[in-house]
Design a protein around this ligand. Structure first.
Ligand SMILES: NC(=O)c1ccc[n+]([C@@H]2O[C@H](COP(=O)([O-])OP(=O)(O)OC[C@H]3O[C@@H](n4cnc5c(N)ncnc54)[C@H](O)[C@@H]3O)[C@@H](O)[C@H]2O)c1
Length: 363
């Protein structure tokens, strides 16, 4: 019997629409080649900044209730000039990740053949690591307030409080160690700032050390976030799994994808490991208003996020086939403009499908 995966598609804003269309094309092709083993049923949701202009909100009131029964969410990017960024982000993307307890955010940093890295070392060193981002609390807990003093204009006060719980730290550290066990280099690097942030980050460190005792086969290190940003550039070959709090991982994963050549290449999965809620798969990049609508956005980050979705469904061979097709495409020089090529979004997508047709036929 054919397995149907029901996916909620939320392209949202700007290039989100282009890259989600590209990703769906690739995933549908993978399903077509499965000889009836599985298929995707896509349901479209037009939430985002245009929806906000019409309705004064980023998504429908019963949106979370509607989404909760889907097998997964495929998300583009949110953010446009008509809505302040903190409203668009909290109104849609963070609304979903927080309420669906997608507490683990996986962000692989992959160096693709044919894509020039600004990092000289990448030419002759094998580089591939994954950032595991705590995705439910930390600096993005949404705790704080404004105008607490009531002292009037010019005297405003704002508090933005980071939240660290022992349970939150423990589950993300365990997740990172389990992931490290599946990789060739079994090592977890914890990113901290406990020298300056003596409460939350010390709890983070202590939990990391305690969890590490259960994984004697996995090497560990604890690195300050400032030193880790230098390490990404100077000694990236030392990295395998990098676990970091919400804000630190957000910044470091953009640095990682820039080192790999472009933000447009970076994939991301927001996982609810208990599977009580659907997980959400999306590129790392935003809505890229500077290039939106021109058909030149790089679809690879979104297509690679689709591969992470296939993994989530246990379709590992298909996920590897998509990744191999991406590599074949970049190696053949089919590159979008921001990484030095001339190909359009459609041309890169078609090239990946072409490479997949060979891979899936010969599999
Ligand atoms: N996950 C999300 O939904 C998300 C993430 C980051 C930013 N945003 C929002 O996106 C909007 C724009 O933010 P920004 O400019 O800081 O970040 P951005 O990621 O949209 O763009 C940064 C740079 O990367 C380039 N870029 C991004 N994606 C690309 C792709 N697929 N192909 C080629 N080039 C690509 C852009 O052209 C731009 O030069 C803002 O409203 C911001 O809040 C949303």
């Amino acid at each position: 019997m054919t397995q149907t995966y029901r996916i909620a598609s939320i392209p949202a804003d700007g290039v989100g629409k282009e890259v989600i269309a590209a990703g769906r094309k690739v995933l549908d092709f993978v399903a077509e080649q499965s000889n009836g083993e599985f298929t995707f049923q896509w349901d479209d949701f037009d939430w985002g900044s245009e929806y906000y202009a019409r309705h004064g909100k980023m998504m429908a009131d019963d949106g979370l209730d509607t989404l909760k029964d889907y097998d997964a969410i495929y998300f583009g990017a949110v953010g446009w000039s008509n809505v302040p960024d903190h409203i668009s982000l909290w109104g849609l993307r963070l609304n979903i990740t927080q309420n669906f307890d997608q507490w683990a955010n996986i962000r692989p940093v992959k160096f693709l053949p044919g894509v020039q890295s600004p990092l000289r070392k990448a030419d002759d060193t094998e580089l591939d690591w994954v950032v595991v981002r705590e995705n439910s609390e930390g600096e993005y807990a949404g705790l704080g307030g404004r105008n607490l003093s009531g002292r009037g204009p010019g005297n405003e006060v704002a508090l933005q409080t980071a939240l660290f719980t022992e349970k939150g730290c423990e589950r993300i550290h365990r997740f990172a160690f389990e992931l490290a066990r599946t990789r060739t280099v079994k090592k977890v690097s914890s990113v901290t700032k406990s020298n300056a942030q003596q409460y939350g980050m010390v709890l983070w460190d202590e939990t990391f050390q305690r969890v590490a005792l259960d994984y004697p086969d996995v090497a560990t290190e604890s690195v300050l976030v400032d030193a880790m940003s230098a390490k990404f550039i100077l000694h990236p070959e030392d990295l395998s799994v990098v676990v970091a709090s919400n804000l630190n991982a957000d910044i470091l994963s953009d640095l990682g994808s820039a080192l790999a050549g472009s933000l447009g290449l970076a994939a991301s999965a927001n996982i609810n490991p208990e599977r009580r809620f659907p997980s959400m798969f999306e590129p790392v990049h935003g809505s890229a208003p500077d290039i939106a609508g021109q058909g030149i956005s790089n679809p690879i980050g979104t297509i690679a996020s689709g591969a992470l979705m296939l993994d989530h469904f246990g379709l590992h061979a298909q996920a590897r086939a998509v990744e191999a097709a991406i590599e074949a495409t970049t190696a053949a020089g089919h590159l979008t403009r921001e990484i030095g090529g001339t190909a359009t979004t459609d041309q890169v997508t078609d090239s990946i499908i072409e490479a997949l047709s060979h891979a899936l036929v010969s599999a």
